[in-house]
Write a protein that binds this ligand. Sequence first.
Ligand code: GLC
Ligand code: CA
Length: 564
Amino acid sequence: MEKWWQKAVVYQIYPRSFQDSNGDGIGDLQGIIQRIDYLKYLGINTVWLNPIYTSPNDDNGYDISDFRGIMAEFGTMEDFDELVTVLKANGIRIVMDLVLNHTSDEHPWFIEARKSKDNQYRDYYLWAQGYEGKEPTNWESFFGGSLWEHDEMTDEYYLHLFSKKMPDLNWKNEKLRQEMYAIAHFWSEKGVDGFRIDAVVHIDKDTTYPQAANDGGRPYVMADQYYANRECVHDYCQEFHQHVLAGTDIMTVGEAASASIEEALRYTAPSRQEFDMIITFESTSFDIDPMLNPSVPPKWTQKKPDLLEIKASWMKWQDGLYGKGWNTLYWNNHDMPRVVSRYGNDVEYHKESAKMLATVLYGLWGTPYLLQGEEIGMTNVAFETLAEYRDVEIQTFYREALATGSVSHEEAMAMIHSRSRDNARTPMQWDDTIFSGFSDVKPWIGVNKNHAQINVATSMSDDNSILAYYKKLIELRTTSVYSDVLTYGKTTLLLPEHESVFMYTRTWKNQILAVVVNFFETEEQIQLPFTIDTCLLHNYHTLDYVDSILTLRPYEACWFIVSE
Ligand code: GLC
Ligand code: CA
C-alpha cells in the first residue's frame, strides 16, 4: 500500500540555527515562517524540527522540562500553530522530534522524584545504590564519563545515558508510559504528520545492573547489551503504536543507532506495527577507526573511508529491508560533522564532491533526510578556542581526553574540529553579510567564516550551484515521471569490487535508472554494461563516453535512464 512518506524528502531544520526573527541571536519559529518561500523553492515536501519544547537547554532542547510547552526563545504556542498552518497551506508536512527516553532534571517529575525514596514520582526514573563505594555500574554515558550521578538528597544514584541534566525515564512503570502516550497525542491532535523518536531503542534497561566487561584503558565502557534494543523495547513500541498511531497516517522514524538488519526488520516490518522506518548510524561511521586512539571514544577518531566497506554496508541495508520494511537515507544530521568535509573535498572540489555525495546516496531506495545547509554545501567549522563551542558533549570530551594524559590540547582541538556535533549546528548561511543573514546580532554560536562564498543568495544566482543540483534531484525524486523508479525500484550493485567507482541500477516495471559515481579524486575509466538513453543528473557539463567506455573525472557523478 502506498504511503505519503515513501515519496517524502525530509528537510531537517535545527530551529536554533535556521533564522532569527527578533534580533536575539537565536533562531525561532517566526524565523522558519519567514523562510517558507525558500523551502518551497527547494521543493522539499516535509520538514523535521529538532525539539522546540520548554527546556533549560543543557543539550539544546533534548532536555525537556515541559513536553507541552514551547521553548520561550523559540516563541509561543500561537507561533507553532501558525507554523503548522503555513506549512500545510504550502503543501509541506511536519515531523516533530519526540523525546521518550529522558527528561530534563528541571522537569517537575524529576524535581519531585529526587525529594524522597517514597515520592510518587520516584519510580518514573532509574535509581540505584552505589557498588563498592563507587557508581552502581561501570557503564559509560554517550556524552562521556559515568552514566550515574550521585544524588545527595537520598544518597542514591540516578541513571543518565546522556548528560547528567537528562535523567532517564523508567519505562517499566506503566503510569509513566501512559503519560508519554498522552504527550504524543497532544501533538498529533495539533496536526503533526510524523514523529522522529529520539534514542528510542534505549527506553528499556537491564535493571539488575550488571557490571560490564572492561579490558580497555578507560574507566567506563559502552554496554549496549544492557540498554539498547532489548526485548521490551519492541513491546513498548507496539503499545505506543496502539495508543497513538493506529488508524492515523502519522509517520514514525525511530532513532536506532546500533540496530542490526534483524532488529531493523523487527522495528519496521508493517505487520509488527512498530515504526515506519528507523535511523541507524552505520552509514555515518565509515571514517571511524577506534584503533587509532584507544584512549578516546571511537567517534572522535578519523580515517579515510573505504568504498568497498560503504558498498557492502549499503547493499546489506538495501537488500535486507527491500519488500519487508523501509529504509532511510541521510548523510548529515545535527549530531554529525558535515559530509562534504568528511567524505568529500571541501576545498578544491567543493561543488563536485558535494554533488557526488548527493547523487550516490539519494539514488538509493529509502526516504531521504537532509540537514539545513547541506543543499548549499555547508562545511565543518574550526573555532580557535574551546570557549566558542556550545555542545555539552564537547566540553565533557575535552576534559576527559586531557585527563587521560595521552591527548594534548592541540590533538583534542583537532578532534573537535573534525568530529564535533557543533560542525552541524552553526547558523544557516543565507548571504554574505556579517551574521550571514541569520540574525542582526551576534548569534548564539559563531557563523562559519566561509559564508562569504558559501551561501543561499550566491547559490540562487548560479545555475551550476550545489543548491540548483539538489533542487533538480528533489524534483526528480518527488514529482517527475522518474519518481516511481526512484521510490520503489530494486537496487542492484554493479562493479562490486571496484575501489573508487560506485555503480548501481534501480529497476521498476520497465524502467532502469543507473547511478554512476567516482567516489574519489583520481580519474577512472569503466565499461558500461548498458546503453544510456537519457542523462537525468550530472555534475559536469560534458560526458566523456566513447565506445561504451566512460571516463570519470574527480567526483564525477550521474543518474542515467538506461536500457540493457
Ligand atoms: C539523540 C539526539 C541528540 C541528543 C540525544 C539525547 O541522539 O539526536 O542530539 O543529544 O539523542 O536526547
Ligand atoms: Ca530569535
